[in-house]
Design a protein around this ligand. Sequence first.
Ligand SMILES: Cc1cc2nc3c(=O)[nH]c(=O)nc-3n(C[C@H](O)[C@H](O)[C@H](O)COP(=O)(O)OP(=O)(O)OC[C@H]3O[C@@H](n4cnc5c(N)ncnc54)[C@H](O)[C@@H]3O)c2cc1C
Length: 485
Amino acid sequence: MKKIAIIGGGITGLSAAYATQRAIDEGQDIDYVLLEKDSRLGGKIYTKRTSDGFIAEGGPDSFVSTKPWIFELAKKLNCEGRIIPSNDGLKKTYILVGNKLRTLPDGVMMVVPTKIMPFITTNLFSWPGKLRMVMDYFIPKKKEAGDETLSSFVARRLGKECLHRLADPLVAGVYSSDPETMSLQATFPILLDMEQKYGSLLKGTITSMRSRAKARRESPSGPKRTLHMSFKGGMQDLIDELVETLDKDKILVGADVQKVDEVRDEDGSTTYRVHLADGKIVEADAVIFASLAHETASLVTDIDKDLVNILQEIPQISAATVSLAYRKSDVGHDFKGFGFLIPLGEGYKIKGCTWSSTKWSGRVPNDDYAIIRVFVGGARKQELTFLPDDEMKAVVKSEIKNIMGIDAEPVNTWIFRWPNSMPQYTLGHLDCVNKIDERVATHPGMFLAGASYRGVGIPDCINSGTRAAESALAYLTEAVDTAKV
Ligand SMILES: Cc1cc2nc3c(=O)[nH]c(=O)nc-3n(C[C@H](O)[C@H](O)[C@H](O)COP(=O)(O)OP(=O)(O)OC[C@H]3O[C@@H](n4cnc5c(N)ncnc54)[C@H](O)[C@@H]3O)c2cc1C
C-alpha cells in the first residue's frame, strides 16, 4: 500500500492528515503517518486553559473570517458551533501616538479611511497628515505594476504619517514584519490591485465595500460573522477536534525528523526514507513537508542543494506573547475596547496589547477578572523575545503601567516564546516561492505546505495542507494506476 509521510503536526500538517484520513475513510487504499517532533500537536496554536477558568492564547488568538477554509473544515468536523464572534459592541482599537491612546477612526479598512466624519474628527492624524492621505485620490497610479514594500507604497500613496501611525502598527503588525522590507504582493496584493484598477485606494476601497455590502444583502443570512473570529475554548479547540478524528496509530509525537533521502528506483519510481532522531527510518512514497521553510531546508540537504538555498532565503523572526490576568477591582481600568497598537518610534518595547476578555467571551472565570495579552519582539525587536522571565515581566508591567495606568500585580502571568518561527514575506517573496515550486516539481512525490509560502494565517495554512494532501493522493493514485497498466 502506498504511504504518505507528513512532517509537522501544526495546523498545516494536521489538515493534510485529515484530508488523507477522509480519503481513506471514503475507500482510498492509502496509508499515512504524521511525524511531529514536539510532545504535543498544534504547533503555534496553543491555548493554556487553567483549572480556575482562565484561557490564555500562546500563539494565534483568532482567524480572519474572509477566507472560507476554516469554516469548511469546522463544518466537516462538526464543530462550527464552537466558533465565536468578537464582541464588536465594544470594538474600539487605540493607537499610541505621543504617549496618548488615540482611537482608530471607525471605517478604516487596512490603511484606508472610508467614513468621512470619523476621519475628519479623529485626533490620530494631524491636518497636514489628513490632507496628504486625501491626495491619494489625485495621485496617478504607478506605471509598472509589480511588487513593492509596504513602506514605499503607503508613503507614496497616503503619506508618511499614515505609514507610521496606521500602516506600520496595523498592517505590518499582522505579520510582525518590518514595513521597509515587507512584500505587498505577497501580503496585501489587493492594495496593489486597487491602485492599478481604480487609480486610487480611496476609490477602490469604497467601491469594493459597496459591492461586498450588496453581496451580503443578496446572500442568505448565516451565523453572525465578525472580521476576526475564534473558538469558545480558544484556538486549541480546532486542534482538539482535528486530532480526535485522526487514527491515533498514524500520529507519532516526539518523532524528530533529522533528514529525508530520496531514492530513485531502477523502474523510474521515487520513494523517500525519513530518518528520525531515534534511528528509526520511515519509508514513504510521498512526503508532505508541513514544517517551516528553514526547517524543511535542513531536512532536504541530501536531496537538492538548490532547493535548500531558496528555502533559506525566507527569513524567520522571533516573537513572544505575555498574558496577564487581573482582578478588576485591583486595577481601576474599564477595558472598554479591543486594545492598542504602538507604532515604532514611540519609544516602547512592547508592540501592542489585546484586551482579550473584552474582545472574546469566556476568557476569564467571571466578570470580576480581565485578561490582556501583550506582544513582544517581532521583526525589529526580536531580541526582546529572549528576555529572562523576570525581565520580561518587569518590562511588560512597567510599560502597561505607563500606557494604561495599571500598577496592580496580575493574579496570573503566562509567557509564550516563539523563537525563529514567524516567516517573513519580504520583497520578491512570490518569486522565491515560484522558484521553490519549480525545484519541488523535479522531485516526484515531494510536497511543501504551510505558513512559509502563500499565507501565514490559519485559514491559508489549512488550505495549503489540504491541497498538499490532495496533490499527494492524486499523485499516488496515478502512480498506482500507471503501475497497474
Ligand atoms: C504569536 C503568534 C500569533 C499569531 N497570531 C495569529 C492569528 O491571530 N491569526 C492567524 O491566522 N495566524 C496567527 N499566527 C500565525 C499562525 O499561527 C501560523 O502561521 C500557523 O499556526 C502555522 O501553522 P503551521 O502548521 O504551518 O506551522 P507550525 O504551527 O509552526 O507547525 C509546524 C510543526 O512542524 C514541526 N516540525 C518542524 N520540524 C520538524 C521536524 N524536523 N520533525 C518533526 N516535526 C517538525 C514543529 O514542531 C511544528 O509543530 C500567529 C503566530 C504567532 C507565532
